[in-house]
Design a protein around this ligand. Structure first.
Ligand code: ZN
Ligand code: ZN
Length: 462
């Protein structure tokens, strides 16, 4: 909880060691005032509240997501943004169907699960087959080819609670790659333990991918509690048989799109500052922390700049479409805006808890910008990281062209308790931490959008 900003500043100052004083002489105090005004922001909360109340879940390619785009257009116009528009593209759409599972023997009982995005379907009356248990993805990889014929693979993982969310990268392989590997080894279906740090019965949705030429098999995530229960059954030593029913389907191409809005700058040649989050969500919750909050935070920060005079650079806010099933909105944006000069690209897609660190991939020549960012962010408890910014799914295609990135890293300790679950609702958002995010983004935008230095396109520093 961010209740006491000066305490946070003291804490941050005591844990970092770099010479900030000299650079702070060039830091404009007006930026500090704008940042602190953002600590009282209401816009981000209003966007999250509005999207989750008036639209709800926004699955990729769905009518709800289309409604959300219209909602976004109206909202952004009412806030005073310019050039508000939807940039459309076509999306090959996967749609969830029925989903249920139960242990048939030796301990009959129902299990809670959800189909993974891109999952294949079982026959209409389901499958009843024995399971083969793998403690982790590497155990599945080691299974002999053909050994899973007529079986349901059951893959667990050891998801850890980490500030930077790094365990999602390593343990998430069970979801992202497990189904493809199981299919190649002949499995009839796969269930995994949800990629999550909770111990509840709400499964964590998420996408999986099958290589070209591999026929998708039914693939689902059990809730963490149900997966743990199933593991206990396996350890009792008797063969375990499951009945599994999943009826998702592909429905072909549908129109989707990115919602785009701008704060026009005074110097078009200085490049666009691209920020945003993703408008789509999984369908079990209402997509509050993933990612109505990112949309709300970045929009609220841009609104602070909009209301404080014309920035040098145009700030472009994008509510990206279809991040969840493959980053299609980000890819469509990069394609539509190829060749247009961008100074910076940054996204917010890690919940609504406070920003604790920032990182960039700016070259040494942009050191004054990074020093001013440090001066602007330290007072709200944000430290300068030693790593390199790598963006996220939505801005990755833009960063890949050589545009510089800035990451405002959020505290991920409780993110994977709720990520992609039925509990991803506004109820888990702490408004004070949400506001601290808006303040951090406002400070970042005020520094970057008005920097007199040239920023990008430039060599990305490794
Ligand atoms: Zn997300
Ligand atoms: Zn997500």
């Amino acid at each position: 909880m961010v209740r006491n900003v000066s305490l946070l500043a003291a804490l941050a100052a005591s844990t970092i060691a770099f010479p900030a004083v000299a650079q702070q002489t060039r830091f404009d105090p007006a930026i500090g005032r704008l940042r602190d005004a953002a600590l009282k922001d209401q816009v981000a909360w209003d966007i999250v509240e509005g999207l989750t109340t008036e639209i709800g879940p926004r699955p990729d390619g769905s009518p709800q997501q289309a409604r959300a785009r219209e909602w976004g257009m109206a909202k952004l116009r009412s806030l005073g943004f310019q050039n508000v528009r939807i940039e459309t593209y076509q999306l090959d759409t996967w749609v969830r169907g029925l989903e249920s599972a139960e242990v048939v023997s030796p301990y009959p009982q129902p299990l809670r699960l959800t189909a993974l995005g891109n999952s294949g379907a079982t026959p209409p009356d389901g499958l009843t087959l024995p399971i083969v248990f793998f403690p982790g993805i590497d155990d599945l990889r080691a299974a002999p080819d053909g050994s899973l014929k007529g079986k349901i693979a059951f893959v667990s993982n050891t998801m850890q609670r980490t500030m930077d969310g790094s365990s999602y990268g390593s343990q998430g392989a069970a979801r992202r790659q497990g189904p493809n590997i199981a299919a190649r080894k002949g499995a009839s279906a796969i269930v995994i333990r949800s990629i999550g740090t909770d111990h509840g019965r709400g499964p964590h949705a998420g996408v999986t991918n099958f290589e070209p030429g591999v026929t998708p098999i039914p693939a689902a995530a059990l809730s963490v509690a149900d997966a743990a229960n199933l593991e206990r059954m396996v350890k009792r030593g008797k063969p375990v048989t499951l009945h599994l029913l999943l009826t998702p389907k592909r429905v072909g191409l549908r129109e989707s799109g990115n919602v785009v809005a701008e704060v026009p700058g005074s110097d078009p040649a200085a490049g666009v500052v691209l920020i945003g989050g993703h408008l789509d969500s999984w369908d079990l919750g209402t997509g509050a922390i993933d990612d109505a909050s990112g949309v709300g935070i970045t929009t609220a920060a841009a609104k602070m700049l909009l209301d404080s005079g014309k920035p040098r650079r145009t700030i472009r806010v994008v509510w990206f479409g279809d991040e969840e099933t493959g980053g299609f909105g980000g890819a469509a944006y990069a394609k539509a805006h190829a060749g247009e000069r961008h100074a910076i690209a940054a996204e917010s897609d890690f919940g609504a808890d406070r920003v604790w660190r920032f990182q960039t991939n700016l070259p040494d020549s942009a050191r004054p910008v990074v020093d001013r960012l440090t001066a602007a962010l330290t007072p709200i408890g944000v430290i300068r990281g030693l790593g390199v910014a790598n963006g996220g799914t939505d801005v990755e295609p833009v960063l890949a062209t050589g545009v510089a990135g800035i990451d405002l890293n959020q505290d991920g300790l409780r993110y994977f308790d709720y990520h992609h679950t039925p509990e991803d609702t506004i109820d888990v958002i702490d408004v004070e931490q949400l506001r601290q995010n808006v303040a951090a983004w406002t400070a970042m935008l005020a520094v970057v959008a008005n920097a007199p230095e040239e920023i990008g396109p430039m060599q990305i520093k490794k």
